[in-house]
Design a binder for this molecule. Structure first.
Ligand code: FPP
Length: 250
């Protein structure tokens, strides 16, 4: 990273300075900025995604160090099919390769791998197979659940839940928060306490729309391939300085 880049000089939060009793239970990340990271180096966008793998693994390590129970990473959105076909093809193969390369070490660390998103015809069968294998391999792990939001859209998840309500014949009077949530991709997952988005973009981009209702949002200018656990610790430091009110008073 160039030292004059925003976010180049990380803060000083460490697992020791953070408040153990106020750790986020669930952190969700929007891994943005791979393309710009590559462009700045005169590289193809896909090289930026490849460089993002180290960031992802270091973030997992950092979250484990902090004792975070749930980590959700936005890996491919229902809108990302609009990217150039070559990039989409690359991302499918990249995500499959990432699972092949990393699932054993994640399993060894006690990480349970899960996926959130639509299993539609656009996701190659091969990729679905790797996803299923990774879920099965890590199913009994409990140290942390790593959810890859893949072919995921917050609106699609709500639409799918509504379809399930209708298919289940739930009468209008019985439709409430609980009934909707029970039909999400991971009903037992707590809502994110903290969402981190990299690369200086201040938006949610269809990520976990329902679940983010009261999440704390932290935005950083760091491009995803440069993101490391120190940045995660700093985001948690900022989270711990916030006062959450959930619509009430503190
Ligand atoms: C949302 O922004 C960002 C994502 C859905 C993340 C995309 C991440 C990758 C393609 C790389 C995955 C990397 C690893 C290491 C697995 P957006 O660009 O979809 O939305 P926007 O157009 O609103 O910015």
């Amino acid at each position: 990273m160039h030292s004059d880049e925003p976010g180049a000089n990380p803060g000083t939060s460490t697992p020791a300075t953070l408040v153990t009793g106020a750790m986020p239970v669930h952190i969700a990340c929007v891994m943005d900025g791979n393309g710009r990271w590559a462009a700045r180096r005169g590289l193809p966008r896909t090289d930026g995604h490849a460089a993002g793998e180290a960031a992802l693994l270091d973030t997992v390590e950092g979250a484990l160090e902090l004792g975070v129970s749930w980590l959700t990473m936005y890996a491919f959105s229902t809108e990302n099919w609009r990217r150039p076909p070559d990039e989409v093809r690359y991302l499918m193969g990249f995500n499959e390769g990432l699972l092949m390369r990393r699932r054993d070490e994640l399993n060894d660390k006690g990480v349970r791998i899960r996926f959130a998103g639509r299993r539609d015809w656009r996701v190659p069968r091969r990729v679905l197979r790797r996803m299923d294998e990774s879920v099965a391999l890590t199913e009994s792990n409990r140290r942390m659940t790593l959810t890859m939001a893949f072919n995921y859209g917050g609106r699609a998840e709500i639409v799918d839940a509504v379809r399930a309500l209708v298919a289940d014949g739930v009468p209008a009077g019985k439709v409430d928060d609980k009934a909707i949530r029970a039909r999400f991709y991971q009903p037992e997952q707590p809502d994110p306490d903290l969402v981190v988005r990299t690369s200086g973009e201040y938006r949610i981009s269809n990520f976990l729309l329902w679940q983010l209702a009261y999440s704390e949002l932290v935005f950083t200018d760091v491009l995803w391939p440069d993101f490391r656990r120190q940045h995660l610790f700093d985001a948690v430091g900022e989270y711990q300085r916030r006062r959450r009110r959930y619509g009430g008073v503190s």
